[in-house]
Ligand binder design. Sequence first.
Ligand code: HEC
Ligand code: HEC
Length: 468
Amino acid sequence: MARYSYFLSISVLITSLLNAGFASAECLEEVDLQRSSKSEAKRVMRGYRLLVDTPLLQSDFSQEVFDNLWKVWPKTLSERARLASADVRRKMAFSRYGLTPREDNPEKPLQYVVDSSGNWTMNCFACHGGTVYGKPVAGAPNNRLALQTLTEEVRQTKLQLGKPLSRMDLGSLVIPLGTTNGTTNAVVFGMGLMSQRDVNLNVVFSPPKTFVHHDMDAPVWWTFHKRPNLYIDGFAQKGHRGLMQFLMIPENDRNFFIEHEDDFRDVASYISSLRAPKYLGDINESLASNGQVVFETNCSKCHGTYGETPFYPNVRIDLSNIGTDPVRLHALEVAGRRKYSRSWFAHANEEGEQETVVDPKGYVAPPLDGIWASAPYLHNGSIPTLWHLLHPDKRPDIWKPKGEEFDEKLVGLKIKEVTEIPSAEPDAAIRRSYFNTGISGKSNAGHDYPAILTDRQREALLEYLKTL
Ligand code: HEC
Ligand code: HEC
């Protein structure tokens, strides 16, 4: 069923692929065009299939370990799981860890490759495969991933079953994976991996470094086609090689990267083919069109224009101006970006080397396509709804999402606000569902631009943001 955006974009391409077969010989130009869309459609499909079917890292755990995870859950939950059918137990596990069923096989998650021997290996969708209105949408940030809890419970289960620990199980004892569900310390994983390589990606030994750990909310994939530079500080020029950074485990030597380069051209095609989902609720058209005027007066110079004449300015705003959490900008040091600029990753451009910004002074304003579907907001995921983003003085300090509910009114996550995290809560997964903006790297300050607007202007703007 062509229900999800990735199937949709693929089906659009497949239609052009099928049409290509019926083109008349006279329209050579058109045939060429269709031929290119036919090969592009194939690349897109290969890229998607690679991500969901091919394990590119060391396996994290076996099916047996996954099936036994419930035994280490807190008492009441494990008791419920014990009495449940295997099917219900799997659904409980998926929900606990923020996994979603694959469309073609609901017993398997989108976020892991499960091979024919039952080995589970994390894939890019762990962070980049989330849900919109409770339905999986590839390229939406996975705002429910509980990677820390999953890894801790896998480790405990392996010890109980007498199974050997994997790199992830051991690594997570040294590097925190993510302190709040839905966000991860992903940038530090990348820095840790790169510190064990030379610029040609040969594995080298280097003494362990200390990193500034910080959690980030994964960005959407459906604006990849618009962005010339990647990451919140825009330091890296876009290219297929850069997409392979996550694969630098020691088992993948330099040859692995060279051999898989073409595969990642396909992955880049796949990611470029994605587009934002459409808002399904009601939109007050006249209010939204007033909102468009407010947007174009106050926001477009940084975030661009949408609709018939889309334009994306790709501007970086100094930290002193944007005022959002500074930890991510400083955690990635100039020396680290310089090493990236000299590395294999930054040489993907056929015309020569890529441009790398080694000392960006701030964050790049992202395109806002499908912004309604990518809560929470800002690079650290500290703001639960667009309404709160537009009301800087009303942002909650400590909050937790109420399940998977979408807040139609405030546009974003339905939340519960609290004054402190219940420290006596025995379930780590529940403690980690609270977002505490008082912790380093998690501030919800800054981006105060909407503060000058009247309430009516903000109401109109919120309506307009649903249409992007
Ligand atoms: C553990 C979570 C995690 C996994 C797994 C992961 N990513 Fe990411 N990804 C992130 C985070 C967080 C960022 C934001 C980094 C930043 O801006 O500094 C990001 C950024 C990106 C971006 C840049 C998007 C933009 O617009 O700036 C792309 C593209 C991307 N990832 C692709 C991939 C691919 C391809 C894979 C698999 C090979 C992958 N990611 C695996 C967390 C993850
Ligand atoms: C001076 C430039 C600038 C202006 C003006 C500006 N923004 Fe932004 N905006 C940014 C930057 C930079 C970020 C990224 C900040 C971060 O994540 O730390 C951002 C982030 C956002 C985000 C969160 C994006 C995400 O993926 O989480 C939204 C939504 C947003 N802006 C909406 C608006 C609206 C609406 C206006 C107009 C009232 C506006 N912005 C005005 C620069 C600007």
